[in-house]
Ligand binder design. Structure first.
Ligand code: TA6
Length: 288
């Protein structure tokens, strides 16, 4: 498959597949892999890449009549602008997309690398009727051991818990821990979260703007076994923290545009920040 590689003078490197506009792997300036990519991932037409940052559009999950997570992740996007550290990929409606989803649109994903990795999804209604969509940047973050990782920043946020049949809940814990299947849509989520990874001794910050919601997903043992493109134990090495517009569909009038951004900040190389690890882990963890 065609690959575009982004590089940054400080040493970061991102591998992008125009197929699905998929940022599949990112090595930060310190040489650490920040994204999870399954060793069983298929790289073939018709299959979504398992890991990295799949683009979910124009339907999140099975919330509508389209194939799960829409079609954007399983079609080629066109690179329309590229420099050493940035690429923009474009997808417009075709006969095939209109057969599934009867709208004229243009979507662009801009992937940009400095110390951080920034992904901006833009959607423009190029037709003469309103359209609605849901979307997500379905980011798979790599962790050393998900049982020893905490996601901080969601306390006080309402969420829909798919594992509990879509029940609305309120997050009570400052630090979310994963000890079972997690599949939640946090509604009107905070703009910044921190993934603290005790096993790898690092913190990755996840920021979003434009996307109102955040999805947190780990399939855990049984669901991981059912996924052919995920090795049985790999669920321990990943946590999806997804910038999403899911709670309410985005509606665009003709000519209107929407955009949403997710920014991933790698661990700070300065030892002082890593040193804060012990204190925050004394926070009572949530049993999920
Ligand atoms: O974003 C969470 C989710 O919708 C989960 O329900 C889970 O199915 C996951 O996405 C992965 O979906 P996929 O189609 O890539 O196997």
């Amino acid at each position: 498959m065609e690959i575009v590689t982004l590089t940054h003078p400080e040493g970061g490197r991102v591998r992008v597949y125009p197929y699905g506009a998929h940022a599949a792997a990112w090595t930060d300036p310190a040489g650490q892999e920040i994204l999870f990519l399954s060793r069983r991932s298929r790289f073939e037409p018709g299959a979504a890449i398992r890991g990295g940052v799949p683009v979910v559009f124009p339907q999140f999950a099975d919330r509508g009549p389209l194939p799960k997570h829409g079609f954007a992740r399983v079609v080629p996007w066109e690179p329309v602008g590229e420099s050493a550290d940035t690429v923009t990929l474009r997808l417009a409606d075709t006969l095939e997309t209109r057969a599934l989803w009867p709208h004229n649109f243009r979507a662009e994903l801009r992937i940009s690398l400095d110390r951080a990795l920034t992904l901006t999804l833009r959607v423009l209604n190029t037709g003469d009727a309103p359209l609605e969509f849901t979307a997500a940047l379905h980011t798979y973050l790599r962790v050393g051991d998900v049982r020893r990782a905490t996601l901080e920043g969601l306390r006080g946020t309402r969420y829909l818990d798919k594992v509990e049949g879509g029940e609305p809940r309120m997050e009570e814990h400052a630090a979310l821990t994963v000890a079972g299947e997690v599949d939640r849509v946090y509604l009107d989520a905070p703009a910044r979260l921190r993934l603290r990874d005790e096993a790898l001794g690092r913190v990755v910050e996840v920021e979003q703007e434009g996307f109102p919601d955040t999805v947190v997903w780990n399939p855990w043992v049984e669901k991981a076994r059912a996924l052919e493109d995920l090795a049985d134990e790999e669920y321990l090495e990943m946590l999806c923290v997804e910038a999403a517009a899911v709670g309410a569909p985005v509606r665009l009038e003709p000519g209107e545009e929407w955009s949403g951004t997710q920014r991933l900040r790698p661990p700070d190389p300065r030892p002082s920040r890593q040193g804060s690890r012990t204190n925050s882990l004394t926070e009572a963890p949530a049993g999920v």
